[in-house]
Design a protein around this ligand. Structure first.
Ligand SMILES: Nc1ncnc2c1ncn2[C@@H]1O[C@H](COP(=O)(O)OP(=O)(O)OP(=O)(O)O)[C@@H](O)[C@H]1O
Ligand SMILES: [Mg+2]
Length: 375
């Protein structure tokens, strides 16, 4: 029986649940005119999945979208060629005169490439070894120019916090900010997994992107929605899980969508392997134990890369979550002075290893928390 859970790809269609309000809000913002949005939130809450669904909604409504994941273009020339290629392929009108391209993109050379199916398409390469600010501006202006004042398009930059490393001294951000400011027909959505770094790019008044986008937070879905999703997924594959076990499943992994899918997947696998139709309460526990075991190596490696004060803080938080690190808490967990704790906390937050959940600091990955509790 095919497993109805999937934690490896972005959730779409039947595998996507909740997010109705924010999805509707985003859709109507992008349909009603030019707007820029930065979507942030802790890791694995489902930002990329939500935006992939939104892109589907917008495309259906006739708004072409271009998505670029900045992690996949780690240098400025890779960014420029990949972005020009994607923008051209999605936004160039059907009868576009190629010679016009020369006026839009002086620093790139088009070339014809064949994809795996043998279909020909246009892509770009730098015509000069050096990609400077002019070339970058030209490429960033390409969507607006291709639309030539008509219609609208949406551009999605995922893992946008990585853009700060493409040019030194905020260079990329400065050039991009000034280019996109004049784009009347193109809206932008920025998202990324290192959300404190991303948020700083938009809220720090010294940074070029300060106040250039509406900031939206993606929180966890309501517990009830996650529970309903688990019940529905099992039943879609001809198996049943009682409400209590579904609630237990969701609670064990702190109601984080990625882990809902992962623990759902493993629980389903166990039930299916033993050729049963319904889930026993112990299946959820066995699945949880399996998953805790799978990641052991990775967690051990991770611990080796951390400082002593970071490790101590992680272990403390795995045992006792807290909203502040007062004297009592620091003494109980032998954490030392508050300046040490604060700098360890800042680094762990930045790296996404701890998060604020319901106003309390917690270890972000519930399996890592379990690992920390048992060593
Ligand atoms: N609305 C949803 N419905 C069902 N599953 C979801 C949903 N959102 C996320 N997931 C699950 O969580 C996984 C991670 O989601 P996604 O990659 O969208 O999160 P993210 O917030 O972009 O994470 P990161 O911060 O690591 O980039 C998905 O592959 C999917 O399995
Ligand atoms: Mg993501």
């Amino acid at each position: 029986m095919e497993n109805p859970f999937n934690y490896l790809q972005f959730a779409t269609g039947d595998q996507f649940y909740d997010r109705r309000e924010i999805r509707k809000d985003l859709r109507s913002r992008f349909l009603s005119g030019q707007t820029n949005v930065v979507l942030y939130g802790p890791r694995r809450y489902g930002k990329s999945s939500l935006v992939a669904e939104l892109v589907g909604d917008l495309e259906k409504a006739g708004i072409p979208c271009v998505t670029l994941d900045i992690v996949k273009v780690p240098s400025i020339d890779m960014f420029v060629t990949a972005y020009a290629t994607k923008v051209y392929r999605r936004l160039a009108p059907v009868k576009f005169e190629l010679k016009k391209l020369g006026t839009f993109l002086k620093s790139l050379r088009p070339k014809v490439t064949l994809d795996q199916t043998g279909e020909a398409g246009l892509s770009f390469e730098p015509s000069d070894a050096h990609i400077g600010s002019e070339a970058l501006t030209e490429v960033l202006d390409l969507p607006q120019k291709l639309l030539s004042g008509k219609g609208r398009a949406v551009v999605v930059f995922d893992e946008f916090q990585e853009a700060k490393d493409l040019l030194p001294n905020d260079g990329f951000e400065r050039i991009m900010r000034s280019a996109i400011q004049s784009h009347r027909n193109v809206s932008y959505i920025f998202l990324g997994s290192r959300y404190l770094i991303l948020r700083r790019m938009f809220t720090d008044h010294n940074r070029p992107f300060y106040k250039s986008a509406v900031t939206m937070l993606l929180d966890k879905p309501p517990v009830e929605e996650s529970v309903r999703f688990v019940v529905e997924r099992f039943s879609s594959a001809g198996k049943s899980i009682d409400r209590e076990s579904a609630e237990r499943l969701v609670a064990k992994i702190e109601n984080i969508p990625y882990f809902v899918q992962q623990l759902g997947f493993e629980t389903f696998r166990i039930v299916d392997d033993s050729r049963r139709k319904s889930v026993l309460p112990s299946d959820v526990d066995s699945a949880y134990a399996n998953l805790s075991g799978f990641n052991r190596d990775q967690y051990e490696q991770l611990m080796l890369s951390l400082s002593v004060s970071q490790k101590k803080l992680l272990i403390a938080l795995a045992r006792e979550r807290t909203c502040e690190f007062g004297d009592g808490y620091r003494k109980r967990h032998v954490l030392g002075v508050s300046s040490t704790v604060n700098s360890a906390k800042a680094k762990l937050m930045e790296d996404g290893l701890i998060e604020l959940s319901g106003g309390q600091y917690v270890v972000a990955d519930p399996f890592f928390a379990q690992f920390l509790r048992t060593t």
